[in-house]
Write a protein that binds this ligand. Structure first.
Ligand SMILES: Nc1ncnc2c1ncn2[C@@H]1O[C@H](COP(=O)(O)OP(=O)(O)O)[C@@H](O)[C@H]1O
Ligand SMILES: [Mg+2]
Length: 501
């Protein structure tokens, strides 16, 4: 007798995106057996056991026949338990317990408990994006994931609590309300800049960094406010656009950091300096986003920058240049987004003791700074030395983040208007030709750049920062003072590194 075949579309996570997988089940007469092909290793046994128990405990029959389930295409590496629901539904359809008429244009995702409840899966937004791309009309997901999946437009998402309810829906016996897009509960407000006393230069550097998307290095002894300042950078960045928030939500959802809906804040990531290169940039046999991707559209804070491993620091070069990172796997390359504001901090010397008490030899210092390779320092636009004096208690309170953010937003708006039609969204992303055009007309500006004795790449980066300084001041045209200030921030980097090199 020919077998009865049912096939159900579902999705598997692929980095921070998803790929379509079709679950086919074939039921034919023979000794009872349930074989699953296309799933790696022990996952097969686990999926088989969960699906069987969930079906029986939901009041359905587990067919006493020969069942073969195939997860296609075989070439796609399947991860996670999100295939359970598709497997169970395909078994029901192939064994005649569920009419396939109710399953048209419907994709499903979800892990099953032994009792038949649907458990949330990682990456609901990525999967919903995949379903829309594949032209599906409807997607059924576990209830907890529905608000995240529903962020995708042009796709009806339904949240389903149990396998039994899913079947009731497919039979037309239960009509769930379509899921509405949800917002993740906002996290506590980022701390405010008004808490930071003094440190005028560093505050200025932070404002420029926020306004133009530039990278900053703060150099100073312990306890002067480097960490405080870094944590306050997200609070002066403009609120993310909807598109940016969706990118962040999809990445964080795929990484299992989902908070049930749209993440409308810029991320702040501060990995410890002992992190491995794959932990920082992403990777693994099942590629996972690293900290730089979790910081996408937000802030990456690297405290004690010279203490990071050499491979980790080297790996930062590509994303700092391109805003994304290519992660190699056995057969192909995945691209993870990684556009972030880098803010790094380091001590003036490895012993980190204040001025007179320093016990470092010149060699110790040179070795400490050499860890920051030239190519990495080349990509840091603003270096500022922090004031080592203790903050004055009871002095005038400093300006709050709100006022700074208003200036940052105005400067960003000016950039967006000027850059309409360019792939760059802010000055840090200007391409070389655009940068060259900005100084072509002015011999004075070219002279300042020439005097600075920097490389051509250095010139480009200085001009980008100078443009941000002008934008913050509400001017379009670059002035000599803008370029001089930008040169000083860049020169501070070489000076800090050259202390004893
Ligand atoms: N400029 C400052 N203004 C106000 N408080 C400060 C300042 N610098 C340091 N502090 C206090 O010292 C603590 C440590 O500062 P922190 O930012 O961690 O220093 P660093 O990272 O430079 O070692 C802060 O929590 C804060 O209480
Ligand atoms: Mg610190």
């Amino acid at each position: 007798m020919p077998g009865v075949l049912a096939s159900i579309p579902t999705y598997t996570l692929d980095g921070v995106d998803s790929r379509e997988v079709t679950v086919e089940v074939d039921v034919r007469r023979g000794l009872p057996a349930f074989a699953i092909v296309g799933l790696p290793g022990p996952a097969v046994k686990e999926a088989r056991d969960r699906v069987r128990s969930a079906l029986v405990n939901s009041g359905f029959d587990f067919p006493m026949s020969r069942l073969t389930a195939n997860l296609a295409p075989a070439s796609v590496r399947k991860v996670g338990p999100s295939f359970d629901l598709a497997l169970a539904v395909a078994v029901l359809a192939a064994s005649g317990q569920l009419d396939s008429g109710g399953l048209e244009d419907l994709a499903v995702c979800g892990e099953l408990s032994l009792g038949g409840e649907l458990r949330p899966v990682r990456g609901a937004l990525a999967m919903a994006t995949g379903a829309r791309r594949a032209g599906m009309k409807r997607l059924a997901v576990p209830e907890e994931c529905a608000g995240e999946a529903a962020l995708v437009e042009g796709l009806d998402v339904v949240g389903v609590p149990t396998l039994a309810r899913f079947v009731a829906m497919a039979r037309g016996e239960w009509t769930p309300e379509p899921a509405l897009p949800a917002c993740a509960a906002p996290q506590a407000q980022p701390p405010d800049l008004c808490d930071v006393r003094g440190q005028r230069d560093a505050r200025r550097a932070l404002e420029i960094a926020a306004a133009g998307g530039h990278n900053v290095l703060m150099v100073g002894p312990p306890g002067v406010g480097k960490t405080m300042l870094a944590r306050r950078l997200p609070g002066i960045l403009p609120a993310p656009s909807l598109e940016e928030a969706l990118e962040v939500t999809q990445i964080h959802g795929a990484a299992g950091l989902t908070r049930g809906g749209l993440v409308a804040e810029r991320p702040f990531r501060a990995p410890h300096h002992t992190i491995s290169a794959p932990g920082l940039i992403g990777g693994g046999s099942v590629p996972r986003p690293g900290e730089i991707t979790l910081a996408h559209r937000g802030v990456l804070f690297l405290d004690e920058l010279p203490e990071f491993s050499r491979p980790a620091l080297e790996a930062l070069r590509q994303p700092l240049e391109a805003g994304s990172i290519e992660v190699m796997r056995s057969q192909r390359t995945l691209v993870f987004p990684a556009a972030f504001n880098l803010i790094a901090a380091c001590n003036p010397c490895p012993c980190a003791k204040p001025g007179g008490a320093c016990t470092c030899s010149d060699l110790d210092r040179a070795r400490y700074h050499r860890r920051l390779s030239g190519p990495l320092m080349d990509r840091i636009d603003l270096t500022c030395q922090l004031d080592p004096r203790p903050p004055v208690v009871g002095a005038e309170p400093s300006e709050a983040s709100e006022g700074v953010r208003a200036r940052v937003e105005a400067a960003r708006l000016a950039q967006r208007e000027r850059l309409a039609g360019s792939p760059a969204a802010c000055n840090a992303e200007l391409v070389e030709a655009e940068v060259a055009a900005m100084v072509r007309g002015s011999a004075g500006l070219r002279r300042i750049l020439h005097r600075s004795g920097m490389s051509a790449r250095g010139h480009d980066r200085v001009v980008r920062v100078a443009q941000t300084i002008a934008d913050l001041d509400g001017r379009e045209a670059l002035g000599a003072a803008d370029v001089e200030e930008a040169v000083a921030y860049r020169a501070a980097g070489s000076e800090a590194m050259a202390v004893a090199a």
